[in-house]
Design a protein around this ligand. Structure first.
Ligand code: PMP
Length: 360
């Protein structure tokens, strides 16, 4: 992987200039069902107080999250998206000479955060292509990679960009083998889209393993990507370390208000979840019928292998204003990652792929 800085993909305002409103944005795993109306209402209301600083402790939201996860407020830290928190975890725990472990096809921010602090990334081998979780995180590789220089371990469940997942029993077995002084970060950005047996949140293991850190985000299922709110559930000492370097007002007034309101909007969350699961199955079936390999996904995106260089297909989709994510930076040039959008977006995606599939 040659990732040194996070590549946000594309420039939506410029794409809008070119394509207008017909654009189907399936490159960034955003929420095709939009922002919760309750969150929008809360933002509009909170906007009147924009002359004030936000609550630097985010007490209202942290109390709600503590309640949701049956933990104390001291075990929650809020971030400007979970991206910020992942970078801060690397900053807090690793420095030059240290090692950070993640899966070869893990989320790009793990190697980026590692390099940003001058530490060395150790990318463990994923499951092979013919496994039930092709290229997914093989947790059994991690203990073998641990050395006295290992300072932090990052895994995502389910994983981006593969969409694959692991079972909580396997995570528990890993945690039993990892020395207690090494934090294990389980990134659950996509957890709300999971429906596989055995895929449970790691939060339930928190009391048993003090070195477990779980990250979550409001960007995906809650549809607040633009407002930047994420959080960690971790031991209070880990939270305290992050708080030492956290900018006091890292989550703004609108983000705090929106996240609290979104937590209350069970209806919207249920609609999004049900919609993603339905459209995910529909896209997977259509693309499999077209002869492509679709990786098993527990997320709101699908990794697709076109069995040949995917760039011409990506370009042909682009000409039809359908934006997907190239996987060249991940070393998977035959693959594209496609967000699961709403039914109308899925219609456009499938129709465009049928036209684009033979592009050379
Ligand atoms: N973790 C994973 C696995 C992700 O895919 C993403 C977003 N692409 C994030 C974390 C960061 O999301 P955010 O900063 O919006 O919370």
């Amino acid at each position: 992987q040659k990732l040194v800085a996070y590549d946000p993909g594309h420039d939506l305002p410029r794409l809008r200039e070119r394509f207008g409103d017909i654009i189907v944005e399936l490159g960034s795993n955003e929420n095709g069902w939009g922002t919760s109306p309750k969150a929008v209402e809360a933002v509009v209301k909170a906007a009147r107080d924009s002359f004030r600083y936000p609550d630097p402790l985010g007490l209202g939201l942290r109390a709600r999250l503590a309640d949701k996860h049956d933990c104390s407020e001291e075990e929650i830290v809020l971030g400007n998206g979970s991206h910020e928190l992942l970078m801060q975890l690397a900053q807090v725990f690793a420095e030059p000479g240290d090692e950070v472990i993640y899966s070869r096809y893990g989320f790009a921010v793990y190697p980026i955060g590692t390099r940003a602090v001058g530490a060395t990334g150790i990318a463990v081998d994923p499951f092979p292509r013919d496994h039930a979780m092709p290229l997914g995180t093989d947790l059994s590789q991690i203990p073998k990679a641990i050395t006295e220089r290992t300072k932090i371990i990052f895994v995502a469940n389910p994983n981006n960009p593969t969409g694959t997942h692991f079972r909580i029993e396997d995570l528990k077995a890993l945690l039993q083998q990892v020395p207690k002084h090494i934090p294990v970060v389980v990134d659950e950005a996509y957890t709300e889209f999971a429906n596989a047996e055995g895929l449970e949140s790691a939060i339930s293991l928190r009391r048993e393993f003090a070195n477990l850190v779980v990250s979550r985000t409001f960007s995906k299922a809650y549809g607040l990507a633009g407002l930047r709110v994420g959080y960690l559930v971790a031991h209070r000492e880990v939270c305290e370390l992050i708080n030492r370097l956290r900018e006091s007002f890292n989550v703004n007034l609108l983000g705090l208000a929106a996240a609290e309101a979104a937590l209350d909007d069970h209806e919207h969350l249920a609609r999004v979840r049900e919609g993603v699961l339905t459209q995910r199955a529909r896209i997977a079936e259509a693309l499999t019928q077209l002869g492509f390999f679709v990786f098993p996904s527990q997320t709101n995106f699908l990794l697709v292998d076109f069995h040949r260089r995917a760039q011409p297909i990506e370009d042909a989709l682009f000409e039809r204003a359908v934006i997907v994510r190239p996987m060249v930076p991940y070393g998977l040039p035959n693959c594209l990652r496609i967000t699961v959008g709403n039914p109308a977006e899925t219609d456009r995606l499938i129709a465009s792929l049928i036209e684009a599939k033979d592009a050379a």
